[in-house]
Each structure stands twice: as structure tokens, then as C-alpha cells.
Design a protein. Sequence first.
Length: 302
Amino acid sequence: MSNHHLNYLEQLEAESIHIFREIAAQFERPALLFSGGKDSITLVHLARKAFAPGKIPFPLVHIDTGHNFQEALDYRDAMAASIHADLIVRKVEDTIKAKSLTEAKGKFPSRNWLQTYTLLDTIEEFKFDACIGGARRDEEKARAKERIFSVRDDFGQWNPKLQRPELWNTYNGRINKGENVRVFPISNWTELDIWNYIKHENIALPSIYFSHERELIVHEGQLVALSDFVLRESTDVIVTKRIRYRTVGDMTCTAAVESNALTLDEVISEITAAKISERGETRIDDRVTEAAMEDRKKNGYF
């Protein structure tokens, strides 16, 4: 890796660390949303650097849909224990029962829309005034409309037309009672930046990000893991392939990519050659409508 590239990663790291320190300075009860995916893992690594040698001064929060990859859950628990972080887990299943919510039907019954209820309830339960997440502007066009400090109203809703200016790395975290802020410290990073940083920092990842063999359903050209959460039909084409995941979401809405990449260098080579974004290639739920992500965000989704 060239010195120029290292300097670029160092600049991204410095910006993210600055944002973390602004969060600690401006908010009373922040939380870091953590799923066991590569972006939230990178956030934890940056937070540890920002507050070293002390402990991360806010909890890790996972909104568990119940449809997760086991590899990500195992990693989540192991990481929280290894860095002595406070881990809060709240389950969408509990919210469904408590609020008598109706789950999605069909072949891929994603709980992503219902996840919003659990997130907003968790924010209210712990009185969080800022939730830190790993969204990046290159993921999906609705993400590109976000500021780094993105204010949500007292109903948890987001208005893309009411965004505050952020000039010269100055972030305004002032909020009214009942409002909260979603903060995106890696907003200016790309998927390739994340992978190069993971390699440079030697950050461990769940095995699901590297090539492995798995039984899959072929659905409209996408490879979806065979699981108890996907409705299997007699017409399904079941295959076994060597695959990996570019992004780790619910098993009901996350497709795999064929891959023999076993190392970080091999993954980086694949990402460099990719012509489709990770969400565009692997997220089934973003195909519901062209504005699927933006609609969810307006209603309180992260």
C-alpha cells in the first residue's frame, strides 16, 4: 500500500476520531449501534482509539431481529466481552409480542421495518440522545442525504429537507427535549476504505466475510442462505457454492456473492473490481421500491 493511501486512511481515521470526541463532548447519553458487521466493527475500533487508554464511554446496542447470522452474533458477544464493553441487546421478537405487530409475509419475511419500533423503544428506555451508526454515503442514495449529525424529531422521524449545514468539521448537536441525533462517524468512508483500513489495522472479522461453502436458494439471480427464516418452496433451486458476504444483515434479506477470497488482499481485489455497490448487489429489501431505504429512515429506521 502506497504512502499516499496510508495518509488518506489516516485522514479518514482522524476525522472519525474527532467525531467520536465531539459525541462525547456534546451528548449526555450516546450509544453505539453494533451488529457484528464490518462497519460497526470498524466503529468500535475507532472509538477505542478515540478514548484510549480508557474504556469506550458508552454502551454497544444491538437491535436483534432474530434473523441474524450466527457468526455475527458470536462475534458480537466475543468482542463485547474482550473489550469489557457494556452490551445492550433488545429483541424485535419481544416488541412484536408486546405491541401485537404483524410480521411480513412471503418468502423472505424481513423484520427490518419492525426493527424501527424496537430501536425507538430502546432509545426511550435508556434516554439515549445520540445513536452512533456505521452508515456510509456510498451505500445507498438515501444515505447520501444524511449529515454526520442527523437530527430526528420527538417521534424518531427524519426529514431529509431539514438538514443542518456542517462546515469546516463543525457539528451542531443541539437538540430539543425528546429529539435525538443519529451520528455517522464513517460517513465519508467507502466500502473499499473500510476494507483497506481493516487490513492496515489488522482487525479481526467474522468468518462470514470470507469464502466458505454454504447451501443457498437461487432467487431472481441472487444467492440467499438456506435457513429456518426463509420460506422454502418445492420449486426452489438449492445449490451449494463457495460464497462470502459483502454486508451482514438479516438472513431473510441479505444475499451472498460467489467468491474464493480467503484473505483480506483477495477480498480487496474483488471489491476493487466490483461494478455494483454492496447494497445494490446483496440487499433484497432495498429492491421493494426505489425509495425503500428513504421511506424506512423517515419513519425512524437507522
